[in-house]
Design a protein around this ligand. Structure first.
Ligand SMILES: *Cc1c(COP(=O)(O)O)cnc(C)c1O
Length: 226
C-alpha cells in the first residue's frame, strides 16, 4: 500500500518536531482518502468548497477538514457546519462571513491568516499591515465564532533553498509579531502552516507546525476528474 507507506514515512519525518501533517486530498477519489484515514491520517486539506462538501459526509466524523484554497464569501455557508480550520483567510470581509455562518451553527471555526510570502504575484495573501488592520478592527474584536489559530503561507515554486528559507522565516516572523502584540498568553494562537511536498523539509527546519502534503503521499493529481 504506497499511501500507507508514504504516510508512515511522513510520520517518521515529523517525529521530534512540533509539526503535524495535513494530508492534501484535492482531486483524489474517496477510496484514497479512506486509505489515508485507515493509515492514521486525520487532518485532511481540500482547496475547493464543492469538493470538500462532497467528500465530508463519506468520511468518519473525526476527520479535521482544513480548507487551504482561496475562499469566496458566498461559499462559506456550505462548509460552516463542519469545517475545522480555514487556512486561507485573507480579508476582514471573509472573516465576517465566517463569523456569521459559524454563529448560525453555534460553532467556533479556526482560522489562519494567509500571508503573501512568495515572489509570484498570483499567490494570495495579506501583508503584515493588512493583517494588523484586521486584528485592530472593532468588527474582529466582537467576533465570538472564529478563533485565529495562526498563520499560513505558500512558498515560491522554486528549488532555491535559501530563498525558501527566507520566505518561511518571514512567515515565522509575522507569526511571532502577531503573537507578541495580539495573542500574548493565548496558547490557541500556535500554528504556522507552511511546507508542501517539495519544500516541507525546509519548512520544518524553519518552524512549521502544519505541513500540507499532497502529491508526495497520493501521487500526481489528475485535474480532469475534479
Ligand atoms: C495543493 C496544495 C498543497 C499540496 O501540494 P503538493 O505539492 O501536492 O504537496 C499545499 N498547499 C496548498 C495551498 C495547496 O493548494
Amino acid at each position: 500500500m504506497p499511501i500507507t507507506d508514504n504516510l508512515h514515512y511522513f510520520e517518521s519525518q515529523l517525529q521530534g518536531t512540533p509539526a503535524r501533517l495535513v494530508a492534501v486530498t484535492k482531486t483524489h477519489p474517496l477510496a484514497l482518502l479512506q486509505e489515508a484515514y485507515d493509515a492514521g491520517a486525520r487532518l485532511f486539506g481540500e482547496n475547493k468548497v464543492q469538493e470538500m462538501v462532497a467528500k465530508q459526509p463519506e468520511l468518519p466524523a473525526d476527520v479535521e477538514w482544513h480548507l487551504i484554497g482561496h475562499l469566496q464569501t458566498n461559499k462559506v455557508k456550505y462548509i460552516a457546519p463542519f469545517v475545522h480550520t480555514i487556512q486561507s483567510v485573507d480579508s476582514l470581509k471573509l472573516l465576517q462571513e465566517i463569523e456569521k455562518q459559524a454563529a448560525k451553527h453555534d460553532r467556533v471555526v479556526h482560522c489562519l491568516l494567509q500571508f503573501h510570502i512568495a515572489t509570484e504575484e498570483t499567490k494570495f495573501g495579506l501583508s503584515l499591515p493588512e493583517a494588523e488592520e484586521i486584528l485592530q478592527s472593532e468588527a474582529y474584536r466582537a467576533m465570538r465564532h472564529i478563533q485565529i489559530a495562526g498563520v499560513m503561507g505558500v512558498g515560491t515554486n522554486t528549488d532555491d533553498e535559501p530563498q525558501l528559507r527566507r520566505e518561511f522565516g518571514e512567515l515565522r516572523g509575522y507569526f511571532t509579531h502577531l503573537q507578541t502584540h495580539y495573542f500574548a498568553q493565548q496558547p490557541t494562537f500556535r500554528e504556522i502552516s507552511m511546507g508542501m511536498s517539495a519544500d516541507y523539509a525546509v519548512a520544518i527546519e524553519e518552524g512549521s507546525t502544519l505541513i500540507r502534503v499532497g502529491s508526495a503521499i497520493f501521487g500526481a493529481r489528475n485535474y480532469q476528474v475534479s
